[in-house]
Design a protein around this ligand. Structure first.
Ligand code: A3P
Length: 320
């Protein structure tokens, strides 16, 4: 066992030495691995996930760039899939943070802190997992199987501001070391967790156009503006569309209400709980508005994001 650990350790060190490195904000460093900036503390989880995950046709994978509405998407899809199992009195969302109900493959399921590899074979279908990885590095058993991927994208202005608030909220001292201008520089260069932002979003966007039964692309803003329509798209896509009776009985509205920011934010678990040892649940629930960026970005910052967005998204058909 010791020899094996030593070999693993050597292989890791060797891999890390070959990868470009950047400063991290919520962890010690970022490594540029397979086209994205991977937080150093999960690099080896990612490798294990890539090597060992066996996707099934019935799996549902929720994919997002951080701060694009991951927590919301998890609560919505979990509630859609399990809508006949629970009532409003015993719903798991009342006592668990949404991240616990659709665990991250690279943070939780394949965490180095777990003993050995996880046994995922007994989870009844559809298994619900999540990831912040871009499309390209996803294991072949996800890309090649019929499992479905739901991606939530959000406009880059709000995503950037949300990330800034998350990072500085985590560590109130941080604003002493990095200004929002510096942070924007990192965002635009792509040197941030799971960045570059543009490639992340475009990767899933293109896949959703080419394989619409494989990847569903949902926008945070559309979910805000027309929740009922987007909920129907989501439910259809994951294979359990709402019946006419459910529609008539207000099932969609009830799920939207249960998963609303105002409801989740006020639950004890999300006010005082922690989801990982260093992550307070309350950090995932802030304003949840479209356009809050106007309160944080000056015209030159907006201009820089505009330019980059134009350059990267032009001709893709993707608009925010
Ligand atoms: P803001 O910082 O703009 O408020 P993620 O879940 O990917 O970390 O994204 C967090 C963002 O989603 C935060 O945005 C947060 O407030 C918002 N959010 C969290 N839960 C939400 C919900 N139930 N409905 C709408 N937005 C939500």
């Amino acid at each position: 066992k010791q020899t094996l650990q030593k070999t693993n350790q050597e292989a890791r060190e060797k891999l890390e030495l070959t990868l470009p490195k950047e400063r991290g904000f919520l962890g010690p460093a970022l490594f540029f691995y397979q086209g994205f900036w991977c937080p150093s503390r999960i690099l080896h989880n990612v490798v294990t996930f890539q090597q060992h995950f066996e996707g099934r046709d019935t799996d549902v994978i929720l994919a997002t760039k951080p701060k694009s509405g991951t927590t919301w998407l998890k609560s919505l899809v979990y509630s859609i899939l399990n809508r006949t199992r629970f009532t409003e009195m015993d719903h798991p969302l009342l006592t668990k943070n949404p991240h616990e109900l659709a665990p991250f493959l690279e943070f939780n399921v394949y965490s180095e802190k777990n003993e050995g590899l996880p046994d995922l074979s007994n989870i009844s279908p559809p298994r619900l997992f999540s990831t912040h990885l871009p499309y390209g590095p996803l294991p072949e058993s996800i890309q090649g199987s019929k499992c479905r991927i739901v991606y939530m994208g959000r406009n880059p202005y709000d995503t950037f501001v949300s990330a800034w608030k998350f990072v500085t909220g985590h560590n109130p001292e941080l604003h002493l070391e990095v200004t929002i201008e510096d942070f924007l520089g990192h965002f635009l260069r792509g040197a941030e967790a799971f960045g570059p932002h543009w490639e992340h979003v475009l990767g899933y966007w293109k896949e959703s156009l080419g394989r619409p039964n494989k990847v569903l692309f949902i926008k945070y803003e559309d979910m805000k503006e027309n929740g009922t329509r987007e909920m129907k798209r989501l439910a259809e896509f994951v294979g359990c569309g709402f019946s006419q009776e459910e529609d008539r009985d207000g099932v969609i509205d009830r799920i939207l209400k249960l998963c609303s920011l105002s409801n989740l934010k006020e639950l004890e678990v999300n006010k005082t709980g922690k989801y990982m040892p260093s992550v307070k649940n309350k950090l995932f629930f802030r304003k949840g508005e479209v356009g809050d960026w106007v309160n944080h970005l000056n015209p030159s910052m907006v201009e820089r994001i505009d330019q980059m967005m134009k350059e990267k998204f032009e001709g893709s058909g993707l608009e925010f």
